[in-house]
Design a protein around this ligand. Structure first.
Ligand SMILES: Nc1nc2c(ncn2[C@@H]2O[C@H](COP(=O)(O)OP(=O)(O)O)[C@@H](O)[C@H]2O)c(=O)[nH]1
Ligand SMILES: [Mg+2]
Length: 385
């Protein structure tokens, strides 16, 4: 086995198209290796330039090489070249030829960040799709979860298992939220044909994703679209209308709907507010009692509509946009009933949640020693985010 090279190169910007790509070279030979390949326009050697100064030049060839800027930093040397794969890959290859190790950024982050939980949060942060989820991950990347775990450990060491248990419970209150910071919540809209499910999806999205038609049975497949509801990442799913159908294609669409509803984080049942409440509606509502009930087409409500024994729900009109904001707010509240305060600790990986559940079980069994041991293993909690 060859000895592990100590000087490494990491691509800091995402792979693919972009205006600028940035690489970091760090390690004992960084200045020497970059100095050999980089030709500053000023002709002054890179070693003479102060930290933080941006130096323009060419790579490999002083006449025809890739134009780029290089900057010495405390941590290493940054190279900023043209965006896209080709330029960064060529620079990386030339550095590897001179003995540098190429490290994927996730690995680099995990190896170079002091705390594995903070490293995992930094890595997850790159996959956050909304500002709201990014802010929560940012808090974990700057130590919120670590501090909370340290406080629980201190309580156990001080012989205060009840306080420690409270701390664990508080963290676990956010486990569902934490697991959705990079994976969207699944919200499935279902209901009988023609009640306006596709129209509602389009109203929530703000553009026409799903086909709207007055012919019942238009939507057969499950149509999904990514969006954010009140800052939370959500995958909305439009489904085939639920009713008894002799058409095998429609029937298999209905089976898909049932499966999607069962797997959803939130099921939304849509009913037609302009129609009288029927036995079919009642059957559907009682099959999914936890679902959010939405009565669409409230613009068609007339003095003649008899709501009958209709259960409570939200009244909206996809056509006119009425009640859509209220519907968004209700979806958000159902998904995240308790919003963490800024800076609060939130567990965000499956490993973290599982470990906290084990700690809670140990504390419930009046076994603080096991709880403390599990907590001491928090070094490995950063994996599998
Ligand atoms: N008056 C009224 N009509 C609506 C409303 N939402 C949908 N529709 C109409 O109802 C019909 C069925 O809509 P669609 O979204 O395809 O229903 P789906 O089968 O449940 O997906 C279409 O003609 C829509 O224009 C609404 O809020 N008010
Ligand atoms: Mg439809």
């Amino acid at each position: 086995m060859s000895p592990r090279p100590l000087t490494q190169v990491v691509l800091l910007t995402p792979e693919g198209r972009g205006a600028v790509a940035s690489l970091l070279v760090e390690g004992p030979l960084a200045l020497q290796v970059v100095g050999e390949l980089f030709h500053p326009a000023s002709r002054r050697s890179l070693a003479e330039e102060p930290c933080g100064k941006i130096v323009f030049g060419r790579w490999q060839s002083p006449e025809v090489g890739e134009e780029l800027v290089v900057c010495r930093r405390d941590t290493g040397i940054e190279i900023h070249c043209h965006g896209g794969r080709a330029a960064a890959a060529a620079i990386s290859a030339s550095l590897t030829e001179r003995g540098c190790r190429t490290v994927p950024w996730r690995q680099w982050m995990a190896e170079s960040t002091r705390d594995p939980i903070e490293a995992a949060a930094q890595i997850a942060l790159a996959d956050a799709t909304t500002e709201r989820t990014a802010a929560i991950l940012w808090d974990q990347s700057t130590g919120a979860l670590r501090r909370a775990l340290d406080a629980i450990a201190a309580q156990l060491d001080a012989g205060q298992p009840e306080q420690a248990r409270c701390g664990v419970d508080t963290l676990l209150d956010y486990s569902a939220l934490g697991r959705h910071l990079v994976t969207p919540w699944q919200v499935v809209l279902a209901g009988r044909p023609n009640v306006g499910k596709s129209s509602l999806i389009n109203a929530l999205l703000g553009y026409r994703r799903a086909i709207v038609h007055d012919t019942p049975g238009t939507t057969r497949d499950v149509v999904t679209a990514a969006t954010a509801v009140d800052g939370w990442p959500v995958q909305l799913a439009d489904t085939a209308g639920l009713h008894v159908s002799a058409d095998p294609l429609e029937a298999s669409g209905i089976r898909l709907t049932q499966n999607s509803l069962a797997a959803a984080d939130l099921a939304v049942l849509v009913f037609d507010a302009g129609m009288n409440w029927s036995a079919d509606d009642e059957g559907l509502a009682s099959s999914w009692p936890e679902a959010l009930r939405v009565f669409n087409k409230c613009d068609l409500l007339t003095a003649n509509t008899t709501p009958g024994t209709r259960p409570p729900g939200l009244y909206v009109s996809a056509l006119r946009g009425e009640g859509i904001h209220e519907m968004e707010r209700e979806i958000a509240t159902r998904l995240v009933p308790q919003v963490p305060a800024r800076g609060a600790a939130v567990p965000f990986t499956a490993t973290q949640v599982r470990s906290l559940e084990q700690i809670r079980a140990a504390l419930a069994a009046r076994d603080p020693a096991t709880a403390r041991q599990l907590l001491a293993r928090a070094e490995s909690w950063g994996d599998a985010c």
